[in-house]
Design a protein around this ligand. Structure first.
Ligand SMILES: [Zn+2]
Ligand SMILES: [Zn+2]
Length: 309
C-alpha cells in the first residue's frame, strides 16, 4: 500500500504506538490508509494534517479540527483588474467570480507607488469607484468591494491618505520592495502598517517567491502579537508562486487568535482558480471555516470591516 505522510508524522505514530503498547504499525500491511489508523485505535487523519504537529494525540482525544474546504469560501478579497496590472476587466473578473459561486469580490488594484504595476492614485481610484458602482447596480446581489492593495512604503507609511482609505470597503496592504532589509527594519515597517486602523488585511506578508526569493526576516512573534491586538487579518495568498503565509506561519497566526483570509491575488479571470492551493495551505495549518474571513456572508464581512474602523 502506498501511504503518504511526513517523517515527523510517522515518528508521532510510532511514539503513540509505543506509548499504547501497540505493535509498530509499519511492520504490517493494510488494505487502505484508514487501516493504519484503525490498527492504532485512531480515526483516519487526512494527508494535509500528517505533519507531526500534534495530530496523532489530537486524533486520539477526538480533537482533530474540521478543516476548511474550498466550498466554504464565499468570495475573494484580493484581485486585480486592467485598472492596474491585471489582464481582465472588472466586468470579466466579476463574471468569473459569479461563475465560481462567489457572493463578492474585492477589486484591490495596486496603488501609485508601485509604478511598474500602473498603480492607482486617488483620482483614478475615485474613477474606478464610479465603474464599481455601475457594475454593482447591474450585478446585485453579487457585490464588488471597493478595495486596494495599498503599498507599504520604506518608512512603513501607506501611499494613500487615511481619509481615502476610510472610504474603501476593505483595505489590503502589502510590501513589494525592501524585503531584504534587516529584521528590525522590515518588522518595523510591517508593524506600522498593521497598526494603521484602516488596514484590514496584510497580503502575502513575507513576500517570498517559491523557487525565487525567501521571505522577509521578520520578528514573527511581534507581527502576530500586533495583528492579534489590532484584529488585523493575515492573508494566505493562494497564488502558487507565493503560498504566503506558508503553513507554519498560518498555524502560528491561528494560535494567536488571528483571522485569516485565503485569496487568489488573481491578475486575470483564470487566477481565481488558484484558490485551492491556498485552501491546502490553510488545511495544513488546521484552519477551520470560522478562522477565515472570506467564508463569511457579505453582511458579516462588511460589519467586521466597519467595526475595525
Ligand atoms: Zn502584492
Ligand atoms: Zn495583489
Amino acid at each position: 500500500m502506498l501511504w503518504t505522510g511526513s517523517r515527523a508524522h510517522l515518528d508521532e505514530l510510532r511514539a503513540f504506538a509505543a506509548r499504547h503498547g501497540t505493535d509498530d504499525p509499519f511492520r504490517a500491511t493494510f488494505p487502505d490508509e484508514a487501516g493504519v489508523y484503525a490498527a492504532l485505535g485512531l480515526p483516519p487523519i487526512r494527508p494535509e494534517l500528517r505533519e507531526g504537529r500534534g495530530e496523532v494525540e489530537a486524533a486520539w482525544a477526538g480533537r482533530l479540527p474540521r478543516v476548511i474546504e474550498i466550498g466554504d469560501i464565499r468570495g475573494d478579497l484580493h484581485a486585480h483588474s486592467t485598472w492596474s496590472d491585471g489582464a481582465s476587466t472588472i466586468a470579466e473578473m466579476a463574471a468569473a467570480a459569479i461563475a465560481r459561486g462567489y457572493a463578492y469580490l474585492s477589486v484591490s488594484d495596486h496603488t501609485h507607488s508601485l509604478g511598474v504595476a500602473n498603480g492607482l492614485d486617488e483620482a483614478r481610484l475615485r474613477a474606478q469607484w464610479r465603474e464599481i458602482d455601475r457594475r454593482n447596480a447591474e450585478l446585485a446581489p453579487f457585490r464588488l468591494l471597493k478595495s486596494a492593495e495599498v503599498e507599504i512604503r520604506r518608512d512603513g507609511a501607506l501611499d494613500l491618505p487615511d481619509a481615502v482609505l476610510a472610504e474603501l470597503d476593505l483595505v489590503v496592504a502589502s510590501l513589494h520592495s525592501g524585503l531584504r532589509g534587516g529584521r528590525e527594519e522590515v518588522t518595523g515597517r510591517l508593524l506600522r502598517a498593521i497598526r494603521n486602523p484602516h488596514v484590514d488585511i496584510i497580503a502575502h506578508a513575507s513576500g517570498r517567491i517559491v523557487g525565487g526569493r525567501s521571505g522577509a526576516d521578520y520578528d514573527w512573534d511581534a507581527i502576530f502579537a500586533a495583528a492579534a491586538e489590532t484584529r488585523t487579518a493575515l492573508e494566505i495568498n493562494a497564488s502558487p508562486e507565493r503560498l504566503d503565509l506558508r503553513d507554519e506561519h498560518a498555524r502560528r497566526a491561528l494560535d494567536h487568535g488571528i483571522t485569516l483570509t485565503i485569496d487568489g491575488d488573481a491578475h486575470g479571470a483564470d487566477g481565481l482558480a488558484a484558490l485551492h492551493y491556498g485552501i491546502a495551505t490553510a488545511q495544513r495549518a488546521w484552519a477551520t471555516t470560522a478562522d477565515v474571513l472570506n467564508t463569511r456572508p457579505l453582511d458579516e464581512l462588511l460589519a467586521w470591516a466597519r467595526i475595525r474602523r
